[in-house]
Design a protein around this ligand. Sequence first.
Ligand code: ZN
Length: 569
Amino acid sequence: MDEKAADTKGIAPLKPELDRIAAVQDKTALMDEIAHLHLIGPNALFNFYSASDLHNADQVIAYLDQGGLSLPDRDYYIKEDADKAAMRQHLVDYATQLFTLAGQTPQQAAHSAQTVLVVETMLAVYSMDRTKRRDPKNRDHKMSRDEAVALGPNFYLNRYFTAIGAPNFTQLNVTNPDFFKEVSGVLEAEPLDALKTYVSWHALSAAAPWLSQPFVDAQFKFQQNLTGQKEIRARWKRCVSLTDNELGEALGQRYVDVTFGPDGKQRMLKMVDALEKSLAEDVHDLSWMSDETKKQAKVKLDAIRNKIGYPDVYRDYSSVVIKSDDLLGNVARANEFESKRDIAKIDRPLDRKEWGMTPPTVNAYYSGSFNEIVFPAGILQPPFFDKTMDDAVNFGGIGLVIGHELTHGFDDQGRKFDPQGNLHDWWTEKDGKEFEKRVSCVADEYSSFVAVDDLKLNGRLTLGENTADNGGARIALAALERLIAEDKTGKEGQKIDGFTPEQRFFLAFARVWCEKRRPELARTSVLTDPHSPGKYRVDGVVQNMPEFQKAWGCKAGQPMVADNACHVW
Ligand SMILES: [Zn+2]
């Protein structure tokens, strides 16, 4: 929070990193600096991390992945339309500004910025597009360490693995072999100075939000092109987000103490049970699926575990040194702690106790390799979950989110993983085709929705989320109907404030996705966000639901009644 100290220091906190890069004498030594940056945060050139083996989820292995871009998607570099060209210019302007602030002459800085664009454009060309990456089979390329090293000789990967402190592994997954093969040629062709400029850029842009005001302003101005945000958030809010990112399981303990009680967890567990039962019934009754695949689906559903609130075991940050007068150093040390923790998992059994989100996060997730659904304490508050409200409202809020996450286990990605979390096809060929036919209906439906101006959603990029939204709504409502039917007192079925339980369910559903976004963000999201905008997360679903039309008395031809309603789950 010491803004004054940050302003006084200027570029000084980053100077040692820039000096190290400037001192590099050859391309092999440059890999040491890239490894060092990967440890402390900036992700220049590519990504290296650990994750479950796609074919043996219980085992964690090393992953090499594409990366190294500053704009949020490869399309910004390679598409010719005016919008993308403008964004490339914004990047060049931003880089020119940061290089100038870092001490280059305006002329040098402009040249450096062009170099960044040239290098990143080549990385973008060889990157796999986001929609293709959705299919885990496209990211499944396990090979020996020697094969990976030979694939991209100019990455000097053995030197990199040593520099980053990786254990001595023999096998790894290279998610996009073409990237390493082709970019290796780029590394050979580009002069050392150009590569050093590119690497310095990543150090600079990652540090900018935590340096003096001119850096912070430049970074925010660049982000505005992507978000349309009018004002930078208050510094205390930026600091809270940073702390959540860097030390989330420490911050989360305080958060949980204040906000989360055992009664909330009990009610959640009951709802998860109800939703799992609904999905099981839905699968059982499906007309398009064979008994053989249904049996497998049931096994997978029964194997889904859940995590609610916060982890049983918190991450121990006691080795992270935090100094009150060293903001950038704190960021670097916290990142280094996390990078080392991640790399140390290579060639170890999967720790199923781990969480992928921090306790205060207002979100939830399904993990294919863990085969589990996870709900941090942050989402267990209004409007998603309210202890004081009736069941219909909570089924329309968090109940629908539970259904959504369960459905992810059976969406275009999730269905490819078996109950143990392995990439393994458990579908009959005919059922697989029937599934594809049904999700194509959803993809086409959402591809017709307009995000902003004449820009439409990408129905294939958002397919998993849209399938989950539709399935989640259906099984959450089914769970509520069962609750009403089983309630001997008749209380669950009563109107409140003049609304039936079904109407309250849909009102709660619409309210959780109530939002307003600026056109710039709407554009960026179409390219990068697998979720549809809030408007279509609601309208896209209810127009497929006869239950909605019944609840509100809608008739054919009215806006929320689709001519060709889609139905997967
Ligand atoms: Zn989702």
